[in-house]
Design a protein around this ligand. Structure first.
Ligand code: PLP
Length: 400
């Protein structure tokens, strides 16, 4: 396939090959190198002084394997440029340090690590940080006091799956001369593309759906070429690059991303429908269910409802723990986005440290169980959940 041949992102991800080898491999070789040899000093100076293209040092981001991955990442979010990182937190911290120095306003619930970064590390560095639990237009406008501030948000949110109106937030952000960064990890670029809805920067924990097999840790940032350049400078000097081997593994995973996400969407929808109204289940929170409060908004800004789902168990926190402990296929493990289904109880895992009062403010109850619905046969997943619910309900009835 020639470089300028027009194709859909799913085709480009498969044929994203910049470096051809002598043996006709359909994929580029992995450039496992930290440095590059020059024939003489003049040739080296030509590259250092940007008269000629070339590679100097891998940590600076100049590595063919990593740059090939970055082309794929940019194509996924339909962005001008993409950067790969050693983790999702590396991508988030570089983005915040590059574009959040005038102040950061967080809208809605954000990942605990991002919350800690902002509260424990950015504020002591002198970066003003505001947390707005609700996406209230007037509060957001009032918080954007200085030109060039950064608004940061996630949708769907963890673990409530609450949906934020990205077009509405982007409108306010633009009017106030600020920038909008969206953590798109939960949705994946197949289901939602924030840049098309008015965001300026997108970040991902590529450890999740982009990697998709729970076997690599990586991050990504996609944006315009201009905004990416500043983030790349922070990545270079903070030393946040991933290894060429991990980059090659992630490129491999991206080739099946559209296919995997379609199946995650289908499986989660089937599980959500089966659990909605099932004995022992008080509430199913899944954006694809018409009963979900953000359903209409999700229909408007997403192309699919994703693989993440939360349920509330009727019997409270202890009953939820019993359901989690009785599951046989779902693994009791943190993280999400892999081929295997996972379960976690947010009140005792991801949201344990924020305390009961803060959990209540955010609508996170002890009886919530969060599922990352994987790619197993959905009938097996439903049967597993139903047997665990039946056992927990029977156990509850034996209690005085
Ligand atoms: N963003 C979200 C929504 C996450 O769930 C996570 C991790 O769970 C991160 C960012 C951080 O990603 P990583 O663990 O790859 O640093």
């Amino acid at each position: 396939m020639t470089d300028n041949y027009p194709t859909a992102p799913s085709t480009r991800l498969i044929h994203n090959r910049r470096h051809r080898d002598a043996f006709g491999s359909p994929y580029s070789p992995v450039y496992n190198t930290t440095t590059y040899r020059f024939p003489d000093t003049e040739a080296q100076l030509d590259v250092i002084e940007a008269r000629k293209p070339g590679y100097l040092y891998t940590r600076w981001g100049t590595n063919p394997t990593i740059q090939e991955l970055e082309q794929g990442l940019a194509a996924l979010e339909q962005a001008e440029a993409g950067l790969a990182f050693a983790s999702g937190m590396a991508a988030i911290s570089a983005t915040i340090l590059a574009h959040g120095q005038q102040g950061v306003v967080c809208v809605g619930d954000i990942y605990g690590g991002t919350q800690e970064l902002l509260a424990n590390h950015c504020q002591p560095l002198g970066i003003p940080v505001t947390f707005l639990l609700q996406a209230d237009a007037e509060q957001l406008k009032a918080s954007l006091t200085t030109q060039g501030m950064l608004v940061f948000c996630e949708t769907p949110a963890n673990p409530t799956l609450a949906i934020l109106d990205l077009r509405a937030i982007a409108g306010i952000v633009q009017e106030k001369g600020a920038l909008l960064a969206v953590d798109n990890t939960f949705a994946s670029p197949i289901n939602q593309r924030p840049l098309e809805l008015g965001a300026d920067l997108v970040v991902h924990s590529a450890t999740k759906y982009l990697g998709g097999h729970s076997d690599l840790t990586a991050g990504a940032m996609m944006s315009s070429a201009r905004l990416t350049e500043t983030v790349a400078a922070w990545r270079k000097n903070l030393g946040q690059l991933l290894s060429p081997e991990t980059a090659a593994l992630l490129s491999r995973s991206l080739r099946t991303l559209p296919l995997r996400i379609r199946q995650h969407n289908e499986n989660a929808m089937a599980v959500a429908r089966a659990l909605d109204g099932y004995p022992g289940v008080a509430r199913v929170l899944y954006p694809g269910l018409p009963s979900f409060p953000g359903h209409q908004l999700a229909r408007e800004q997403m192309n699919g409802f994703g693989g993440m789902m939360t349920i509330e168990i009727a019997g409270g926190g202890a009953a939820a723990t019993a359901v989690a402990d009785n599951l046989r296929i779902f693994l009791l493990a943190t993280s999400l986005g892999g081929v295997e289904s996972l379960v976690s109880q947010p009140a005792i895992t991801s949201h344990h440290d924020i305390g009961a009062e803060e959990r209540e403010n955010r609508g996170i109850s002890d009886s919530m169980l969060r599922f990352s619905v994987g790619l197993e046969d959905p009938a097996d997943l439903i049967a597993d959940l139903q047997q665990a619910l039946d056992k927990a309900t029977a156990r509850d009835k034996t209690r005085p």
